[in-house]
Design a protein around this ligand. Structure first.
Ligand code: NDP
Ligand code: 2IT
Length: 448
């Protein structure tokens, strides 16, 4: 599709030309620019002051070699990235992803999305993202530690507690954050809140582990209640079986739903009795095994090879919590044909643009990632606050703050959509609400 405002079409063309071969980044930018058309019609100053042209170009892209020695004494070389996208409203903030599919375009799309998501939290955090094409799967503890130490040896030159504060994402959980933190602390000889998602013994926040999944369900609950519905008695399909999926499963179940699926990159399980989450946690968080092992304890459940099939399971609510573009148009059609009522995105950009439009034009309640999964980074910002205060809040205090933040994100996105004549369109609402705060800060701070 082309834009109504010629400036946006020209800007999109520039983005595509300047960042050739980065389709995920193009997709993320296109969606935001489309949402902003009605804002720019009312406020041409954002164009005149170059706000959009500056927003689509990161402050800096840091790209580095990560050499490490494997258990056989062989030197391995991976590539590391940190993209510091925008710091108009706070220090760069966003996760690190370790996955073989990581290249510059993935970090660009994630960093760009993070600007708007972080703004939506209402907390003072700018946008950034990083990672590596390193695959932690199948590596020994020693290999993971040496990789993390090498990665941080370079990254430490570019981050600091008031400058850029990384956290986890795919392939980076508590274990990796621990090794990264240890190396930073050693190199700088300081103890600061330079990473979030830390362990509870060295400055981590209670409820950060649960935050993205719990936040996703708080957002979904608010959206459902706004339409006279709830999780109570609903059947939920979840993809993924990592950090976000596990705690989304826990909270959806606590709120009265039955979660019937989980997946990994090999396949998915279907348990019509409701997923045994304690066993999934044991398999995934402790033993680091594949989801198909679920059948060892639950032979009555089904396992299917291939992760796409998860969207053919009949459900009322779908919570994609694995990866980008996991729901394409075909999967969206299958979900709608099975009567899905709501889709809320736990993963970043899990629905293609065509899938999103299909949900919206078929009356499915749709909660976009930037809004729905912002609970993780919001709680990271709460971890930063606690680190600055040298204090820690109880689980209940953090969880309560998270819940309030998610309700506000829903309300602000819904209101922005309504204010700009697109009532019910939370994709547009989230993009607009996230944009306005950053854009106004950029106007105030001048051309930088
Ligand atoms: P984890 O590494 O803990 O889990 C990722 C899960 O997704 C695993 O089950 C993994 O399966 C599956 N997965 C990963 N890549 C693919 C792929 N290419 N195809 C199919 N399945 C895949 O990561 P998280 O749970 O932290 O992250 C999941 C999503 O949520 C990501 O999109 C992330 O960006 C997003 N997110 C994470 C936040 C956080 O706080 N952690 C915050 C906000 C968003 P396998 O084990 O086979 O790789
Ligand atoms: O995508 C995300 O928001 C995250 N991976 C969490 C980032 C963070 O800084 O907690």
């Amino acid at each position: 599709m082309s834009f109504k405002i010629q400036y946006l079409q020209d800007l999109m063309d520039t983005v595509v030309k300047r960042n050739a071969n980065e389709p995920e980044f193009h997709q993320a930018v296109r969606e935001v620019l489309e949402s902003l058309e009605p804002v720019l019609e009312k406020h041409p100053e954002y164009i005149q002051k170059g706000v959009l042209a500056r927003l689509v170009e990161p402050d800096r892209i840091i790209k580095f070699r990560v050499p490490w020695v494997d258990d056989n004494g062989v030197v391995q070389v991976n590539r590391g990235f940190r993209i510091q996208f925008n710091k108009a409203i706070g220090p760069y903030k966003g996760g690190l992803r370790f996955h073989p599919s990581v290249y510059e375009g993935i970090i660009m799309f994630l960093g760009f999305e993070q600007i708007f998501k972080n703004s939506l939290t209402g907390l003072p955090i700018g946008g950034g993202k990083g990672g590596s094409d390193f695959d932690p799967k199948g590596k020994s503890e020693g290999e993971v530690m040496r990789f993390c130490q090498s990665f941080m040896t370079e990254l430490s030159k570019h981050i600091a507690a008031d400058t850029d504060v990384p956290a986890g994402d795919i392939g980076v959980g508590g274990r990796e954050i621990g090794y990264l933190y240890g190396q930073y602390s050693r190199l700088r000889n300081e103890f600061s809140g330079v990473l979030t998602g830390k362990g509870l013994t060295y400055g981590g926040s209670l409820a950060r582990t649960e935050a993205t999944g719990f936040g996703l369900c708080y957002f979904t609950q608010e959206m459902l209640e706004d339409h006279g519905s709830s999780f109570e008695g609903k059947t939920v399909a979840i993809s993924g079986s990592g950090n976000v999926a596990i705690y989304a499963c826990q909270k959806a179940t606590e709120l009265g739903a039955k979660v019937v699926t989980m997946s990994d990159s090999n396949g998915y399980i279907y348990d019509k009795n409701g997923v045994d989450l304690a066993y999934v946690k044991q398999l995934k968080e402790v033993e680091r095994k594949r989801i198909k092992e679920y059948l060892v304890k639950h032979p009555e459940a089904e396992y299917h090879e291939g992760c796409k099939g998860v969207w053919t399971v009949k459900c009322d609510i779908a919570l994609p919590c694995a990866t980008q573009n996991e729901i394409d148009l075909e999967s969206a059609k299958a979900l709608v044909a099975n009567g899905v009522y709501a889709v809320c995105e736990g993963a970043n950009m899990p629905s293609t643009i065509e899938a999103t439009q299909y949900f919206q034009s078929n009356g499915v309640l749709f909660g976009p990632a930037k809004a729905a999964n912002a609970g993780g980074v919001a709680t990271s910002a709460l971890e930063m606050s606690q680190n600055s205060m040298r204090y820690s809040w109880t689980f209940e205090e953090v969880d309560h703050k998270l819940h309030t933040i998610m309700i506000n994100i829903y309300k602000n996105a819904a209101k922005a959509a309504k204010d700009y004549g697109m009532e019910g369109n939370l994709v547009a609402g989230a993009n607009i609400a996230g944009f306005l705060k950053v854009a106004d800060a950029m106007l105030a701070e001048g051309v930088v």
